[in-house]
Write a protein that binds this ligand. Structure first.
Ligand SMILES: Cc1ncc(COP(=O)(O)O)c(C=O)c1O
Length: 425
C-alpha cells in the first residue's frame, strides 16, 4: 500500500524533538528537550472563571460555528496588543486567528510555495517550521547570519541570485533554537531589502514578550511600509500552549487567500476557546503576568548558566540569552551531539541535538537546552549529569584511533542522510 501516498509524503521525517519528547514523558527524566513553558505560570483559576462566565452569558454562541477570521473582541484586543507591545499599527481586520502558529506556518506555506520554490531562512532555524514547510517541497536557502541577525547584504545578494525566492522566514526575537535576538538596525534593513525585492518576510514571533534583560525592540512588522511582512504571534508562551490560540497579521494582498485556506483547512479556530481567552484577557493584568513569567525564566536561565560554567569543560561554549526559552551550546567540533544523546538519556537527561535545526545539514556539534520547564534543583542536577556525559565523550574522542572511527561514522551518517548506500569504510 505504500505506493499510494502522494510524493510529498516520501520526504516527510518524524520530528526528532517529538520522538525525544515521548521519552521525556517519564517523570524521572530531567528534560531540557521540549520548548515547554513553566506550567506554574498558567492562569488556571482565572481561565476557569472566564470559561464559566462565557458559558453562563453566551453559552450557545460559544458552542456554535463562527466566522473564519476569528472572534472580533479577541482580534480587537490583539490589534491593541500589536500596537502597544510590538510597535505595529494594525487593524482588527488584518488579523486572522489560527490554531497555534504552527497552523500559521502551514497556511503560509500553502499560500506561497510551489514545489522547488526557495525559502530563505536563518541557519539554524525552528525545526517545526522546516517540517511544516517541507510538505510543500521547497528548497531551503540559508542566509548568512551573525549574532545581530540576518546580514542585509547577504540577503540582498541571495534574493538577487536565487530563482523563485518566495519567502524569507525569520525569528527575530530569542530565536528557537539559538536564543539570538536581532538588533534594531538589522530588523529595519532586512525588511527594506525584502521589500525592494518584493519577497514577503514571514516574521515568527512567539517569544517577543519574554525579554528579561536588555531593551525591548520593535517587531519587523513595525518597519513594514509596503505590506512585506506577514507576522505570526501566539498565546502559547504568554498564556498557555494548550489553548492552541495564535494569530496572523496579514497584509492586504494576503488576507483573502489566507482566509480561504484557513476555512478549507478547519473552518475556524474553536469559538469557545477564543471567547474564553478574550473574556480572560479583558480583565487580566498582563503586565503583572508577563513580569512573573520573565522573572521565573531569568532565574532559571541564571541557574543553567551558572551550572554550565561549573560543570562543562572549558572548550564548551554557550550563549547567555536575554530572553526566550533556550540556551545554545557548542561542543568541541570533534563531538557529535546526536551520539551523546543516548548516553544522556541513559542518565535520565534529555536535550535536542542541534543538527535537527539546520535545513541543509551541519551543526552536529551543537545542542539546544530549554530552561523554562524545570525547577532550579533539577536544572543543576541535569547539567551536572550532562557535564559527565561531555567529559566522557571528550576522553573517548581523544583516545587513540578515535579520529579515524569518527571520520568513518561521519561518512556513513552523511551517506544515510543523502539517501545513498553507505560506502564501505
Ligand atoms: C519559532 C516557533 N514558531 C512557532 C511555534 C509554534 O507555536 P504554537 O504553539 O503557537 O503552534 C514555536 C513553538 O515552540 C516556535 O518556537
Amino acid at each position: 500500500m505504500t505506493n499510494r501516498f502522494a510524493r510529498r509524503v516520501a520526504d516527510l521525517k518524524a520530528s526528532e524533538i517529538r520522538e525525544i519528547l515521548k521519552l521525556t514523558q517519564n517523570p524521572e527524566v530531567i528534560s531540557f528537550a521540549g520548548g515547554l513553558p513553566a506550567p506554574e505560570t498558567f492562569p488556571v483559576a482565572a481561565v476557569a472563571d472566564a470559561a464559566a462566565r462565557v458559558l453562563a452569558s453566551h453559552g450557545a454562541v460559544a458552542l456554535q460555528y463562527a466566522t473564519t477570521e476569528g472572534h472580533r473582541p479577541l482580534r480587537e484586543w490583539l490589534a491593541r496588543f500589536m500596537t502597544q507591545r510590538r510597535g505595529a499599527w494594525v487593524s482588527p481586520d488584518e488579523i486572522l486567528i489560527t490554531n497555534g502558529s504552527q497552523q500559521g506556518l502551514d497556511l503560509v506555506g500553502k499560500a506561497l510555495l510551489d514545489e522547488g520554490d526557495a525559502v530563505l531562512c536563518e541557519s539554524p532555524t525552528y525545526v517545526g517550521a522546516l517540517n511544516a514547510l517541507q510538505v510543500f517541497q521547497p528548497r531551503f536557502v540559508p542566509v548568512p547570519t551573525d549574532d545581530d541577525g540576518m546580514l542585509p547584504e547577504g540577503l540582498d545578494r541571495l534574493l538577487g541570485e536565487t530563482e523563485r525566492a518566495k519567502m524569507v522566514y525569520a525569528i527575530p526575537d530569542f530565536q528557537n533554537p539559538s536564543g539570538r535576538c536581532w538588533s534594531r538596525e538589522r530588523r529595519e534593513r532586512v525588511v527594506a531589502v525584502a521589500a525592494r525585492h518584493g519577497v514577503p518576510v514571514v516574521e515568527d514571533a512567539p517569544y517577543s514578550e519574554l525579554r528579561f534583560a536588555g531593551e525591548p525592540l520593535p517587531s519587523l512588522k513595525s518597519f513594514d511600509q509596503r505590506g512585506t511582512v506577514i507576522h505570526l504571534g501566539t498565546f502559547s508562551k504568554i498564556l498557555s500552549p494548550g489553548l492552541r490560540l495564535a494569530w496572523i497579521v496579514a497584509p492586504g494582498w494576503f488576507a483573502k487567500p489566507l482566509n480561504i485556506l484557513k476555512s478549507s483547512a478547519d473552518l475556524h479556530t474553536s469559538t469557545f476557546t477564543q471567547m474564553v481567552a478574550a473574556e480572560h484577557l479583558a480583565g487580566a493584568d498582563l503586565d503583572t503576568h508577563l513580569a512573573r513569567i520573565r522573572e521565573l525564566y531569568r532565574q532559571r536561565r541564571d541557574v543553567m548558566v551558572q551550572a554550565l560554567e561549573r560543570e562543562m569543560p572549558a572548550e564548551v561554549r554557550f550563549t547567555r540569552p536575554e530572553g526566550g526559552l533556550f540556551l545554545w551550546v557548542e561542543l568541541p567540533a570533534r563531538l557529535d551531539a546526536r551520539e551523546l544523546l543516548p548516553c544522556a538519556l541513559a542518565r535520565n537527561v534529555a536535550f535536542v541535538p542541534g543538527g535537527s535545526f539546520w535545513a541543509r545539514g551541519g551543526g552536529d556539534h551543537t545542542l539546544r537546552l530549554n530552561y523554562s520547564n524545570m525547577p532550579p534543583e533539577r536544572i543543576e542536577e541535569g547539567v551536572r549529569r550532562l557535564g559527565e556525559v561531555v567529559r566522557e565523550a571528550l576522553a573517548n574522542a581523544d583516545s587513540p584511533g578515535a579520529a579515524s572511527a569518527r571520520a568513518a561514522r561521519r561518512v556513513a551518517a552523511a551517506a544515510a542522510r543523502s539517501g545513498r548506500a553507505v560506502p564501505p569504510v
